[in-house]
Ligand binder design. Structure first.
Ligand code: PEP
Ligand code: MN
Length: 332
């Protein structure tokens, strides 16, 4: 249950009431808000005189629910805004992994040339094998920060686990919680205590309800800036790497108030499918697209088969702009 407390209740009293009722307390849209367990069907007696309004939910989709807030959240990605009424579809570029200064600089220059704003590159890679390239770690984060300073780009990188979450929070503008990391409570709880946007990717075996609950961990801790990312789920099909769940995207658009970004690169696993899928994604009227690109995909240290080269990336952007426009969105 979400309870909006009366305006006469100040922060200190709200915190005390939250503690007494084992509820979460956040300040949202200038309101003192308490969130209790999903089983709560009636306003607890000791809160009745302080309650202005309340919402009962059948499950743990509360703050992210359209039933609570029918308006899609507006999120600032550094100097650009997505969600709300912006009708922006942000194209997030960059390689799977930051590999060297030369590589990430060329990726940055491409984005600047194309008028794009947001660079993504992994530094702590959640690899399936311990023998694969694991990422440059802190050295990679410093390279991303350098690119932000030199080119004015927003940077995104992923946290692999909670051991380095403070570093990630310090160095990046948007924190990516990867498909494997989205169950890591250390990461989610740390992300709930900051205000930087958090992009949560859906695990490949994660139901939509579980996906949204990961977002609720961040929202209920007080960080309003959560974006969901569909990146493919595992099905019986092995011809493609994963299966991009566009039905799931429609469900999330209908039931949640969180902006949604799609990642056709990881879903498909092969560069040949990325342009077509990207158009299908953009045609759904989405808040962003995440596409991996590399100056020379053949020698990429991770996800080599799915990364576009720079020419393919540029051509794709040109094809996506009219698709976005046809559904009332702008590619930024
Ligand atoms: C990535 O974004 O490079 C990545 C590892 O993605 P995912 O977490 O979706 O597998
Ligand atoms: Mn990747």
């Amino acid at each position: 249950m979400i309870i909006h407390l009366k305006s006469t209740v100040d922060q200190v009293l709200a915190e005390t009431l939250a503690k007494d009722n084992k509820a979460f307390h956040i300040v949202y849209n200038n309101k003192q808000v308490l969130i209790t367990g999903s089983g709560t069907k009636e306003v607890p007696e000791n809160l009745e005189i302080y309650t202005e309004d309340f919402w009962v939910f059948p499950n743990d989709m509360q703050l992210s629910s359209r039933r609570y807030q029918n308006q899609k959240r507006e999120i600032n990605f550094g100097k650009v805004t997505i969600g709300g009424n912006t009708n922006n579809t942000i194209l997030i570029g960059g390689p799977c992994s930051v590999e060297s200064e030369e590589q990430i600089r060329s990726a940055s220059e491409l984005l600047v040339k194309l008028g794009l704003t947001t660079l993504r590159g992994g530094c702590y890679k959640p690899r399936t094998s311990p023998y694969s390239f694991q990422g440059l770690g802190l050295e990679g984060l410093k390279l991303l920060a350098k690119m932000r300073d030199e080119y004015g780009l927003n940077v995104i990188t992923e946290a692999r686990d909670a051991t380095h979450i403070d570093e990630i929070i310090e160095y990046t503008d948007v924190i990516q919680v990867g498909a494997k990391a989205m169950y890591d409570q250390g990461i989610l709880r740390a992300c709930s205590k900051i205000k930087k946007p958090v992009l949560i990717k859906r695990g490949f075996g994660t139901t939509l309800q579980e996906f949204v609950q990961a977002a609720e961990f961040v929202l209920s801790g007080g960080n309003e800036n959560v974006v969901l990312c569909e990146r493919g789920i595992r099905t019986f099909e092995t011809g493609t790497r994963f299966t991009l769940d566009l039905c799931g995207v429609a469900w999330l658009q209908e039931h949640t108030n969180l902006p949604i970004i799609l990642d056709p690169s990881h879903a498909m696993g092969y560069a040949y499918g990325v342009p077509g899928l990207s158009k299908a994604c953009v045609a759904m009227g989405i808040d962003g697209l995440l596409i991996e690109s590399h100056p020379n995909p053949k020698i990429a240290k991770s996800d080599a088969s799915q990364q576009l080269n720079f020419e393919e990336f540029e051509n794709l952007l040109n094809q996506l702009r009219p698709v976005a426009q046809s559904v009332g969105y702008n590619m930024i």
